[in-house]
Design a protein around this ligand. Sequence first.
Ligand code: GUN
Ligand code: FE
Length: 475
Amino acid sequence: MIIRGDLVHCLGLGELEILRDHVLVVSLSGFIGYLGAAHSPESNEILNASEPPIVLERGTFLVPTFCDLHLHAPQFLYQGTGLHLPLMQWLNEYAFKAEESLDADPALAERVYTRLTERLIENGTGAVLLFGTIKVDTNLILAKVMQRAGIRAFVGKLSMDISSRPTYVEPSASTAISSAISFVGSCHSMVAQLPAHERLVEPVLTPRFVPTCSDDLLRGLGELASAENLRVQSHMAEAHDELDFVRRERGKSDMEIFAESRLLTPRTVQAHCTFLDPPSLTDVAKSGAAIAHCPLSNAYFSAKPFRLREALNLGVKVGLGTDIAGGYDIDMMGCMRQAVAVSRMREGDRIMAVAEGRRGQDNGSLAVDWKEALYLATRGGATALDLPAGAGTFAVGAPFDAQCIQLFDSSTGSSVGPLDFFDGTDRMWLTLDMVEKWWCIGDMRNRLAVWVQGKQLWGKELGSRNGIQPIASSV
Ligand code: GUN
Ligand code: FE
């Protein structure tokens, strides 16, 4: 596949790049094989010699798919309800029941997970780190459905052996560990026959959080992670009621317990971490573990915003997560906007504290801007997950995981979806302002297509035959 048009990606934090009128060649196995300016001799050769390219109109561009770094797949069942309770009560009254109902009903699990894949893809999410349920078979359904849909999915069979509903808990640490081993083996076997680039699902060790995991279970999972170099995910330092519970029951912090169990590794993603102070964030950075920042769910459960700017300044790998259903919005566009809004509220507090002489040491602005949020939702998440080289950007050798965004329809001259342009923008080359406008107010109507590993999963069939006009001139 050859695509000619504008590309937008973030190479690093705050390093957004617009590549105008470029040619991108995607290999049959779904990797970017060539990327160059359309007017270069190499691109000309490709354009003249090969199959006709897909040509993106003015105001249409590619951006990498989003990476959702924290989502509870079974909780999609009750997305958008029941957020009036504090975390520990919400888990008992909503989360555990919903997860148990999927473990009891494979047909329901298949239905919920299939719909989840459709929602993820139409919202531009190409990679997702998932929490599942306790039962191995239900997690295999989740893995199968994700693989079939073509989403890059990291599937976590939950491990939890204490302090849950009596009917939704594993009977002992040793059975929980055997069950985790069985899931890892079955999930690997599910895709073992496929060529490496088609293996989209991978298992993740998933101790739910400290309150529901005994020390024996955590230590066992830590050993397993280290012996098999497995990925790990959990929740850490999320909410005031959770912190109190752990202090009371264990006399330590979440982070001490995870560290002692060897569960803070470069292959670990910890959700939330809202209660970590800068010294603890420094320790997370040293461990190589990443953090999934979930701003919407934090607003309901955490009683405190995550120290995002400090984490980034300290070198912690950070991505964004929707935390369905602790967060009700599956759209990563919403998640990016929430991350920026929360950071600006924090910055407002800082400004007032400085003005009123309440702030001692001051390391500058706590605000995060839209370009940084776009980095976190794409390249940041890909880095946190250690996806293949270049993932989350457009680069030769990277998997082609992309979404096509349309700002206006040049055949009709009108803007698309919620966007309105009044200044002749529709005749101009893509600018930073236009991308920002999409970032702020764009929605699903602006999404024309979604690809993962070069395969189109959703949207219009794009092509030079489909009324899409070639770009008239080069920059
Ligand atoms: N901590 C432990 N389990 C959960 C969960 O399902 N959602 C959230 N937000 N936090 C948790
Ligand atoms: Fe969560």
